[in-house]
Every structure is written in C-alpha cells, then in structure tokens.
Design a protein. Structure first.
Length: 121
C-alpha cells in the first residue's frame, strides 16, 4: 500500500505522516492534552470521503517511578481506564510509547503502524 496514513494525536489537530516503516515518531504534549484527546484517530491523507479503518490492538508502555508498565489495548482506539491512570502518574520529561499499533483496512488487510513516543511537557 503506497498511501501514507495520518494520525491525529493532538487536540489541535497536528497531523503526523505515517508509513509502514520502523521509525519512531516523537512528539511533546502535556498530560492534560493527551488525556483530553483520549484516543488514536486514523485517516488517509487526501481522501475526501470517510474510510472505515479499525484499530485492532495497540500497546502502551511507560517507564515511571513505580516501575515499567506495558498495557495492551484491544478492539478500541479509546484509552482504557488503565491507560488513563498510567498517563496521570507521569511527570515532566517522561515518555509514553504507543507501540504495535495494528489497524484493519477496508479491504480486510491488517497493517502495523509506527511507534509513537509522547514526551510529557
């Protein structure tokens, strides 16, 4: 598939270009901005119509004072209560990772997206 995927991750709609490579996308945002967004939203670049893309699974990982955490989320783009609690425990300059993001496209194919690293400001 040659189309780039964009993920809207900021409340103010900052667009990130995605491909199926192994690069890590890094961004900085406050805990509140991340909590307010509350989900991963995906759409295709330059499409003038709605597409049916489904988040199958993703893993949220963080290294905080209480230890290392890894939470698997299945079947939803929304942050679970467990993910929201992890975000609330984070402090400035710590990073949270959204990894192993798998999506099901309209044609039934499954694709893995790049890891997203969010540094808390």
């Amino acid at each position: 598939m040659n189309k780039s995927i964009l993920i809207l991750f900021f409340l103010f709609c900052l667009n990130l270009h995605f491909s199926f490579s192994q690069e890590i996308i890094t961004m900085t945002m406050t805990k509140q901005e991340l909590l307010d967004k509350g989900e991963i939203t995906i759409y295709f670049e330059n499409f003038n119509f709605e597409t049916n893309i489904q988040i199958i699974t993703y893993t949220v990982s963080a290294f905080i004072r209480e230890g290392d955490f890894s939470i698997e989320v299945k079947g939803t783009a929304k942050f679970t209560g467990e993910v929201r609690e992890l975000i609330k425990k984070m402090i400035r300059k710590q990073c949270i990772y959204f990894e192993n993001i798998k999506v099901k496209l309209e044609d039934g194919s499954i694709r893995k997206l790049q890891t997203i690293r969010v540094k808390i400001k």
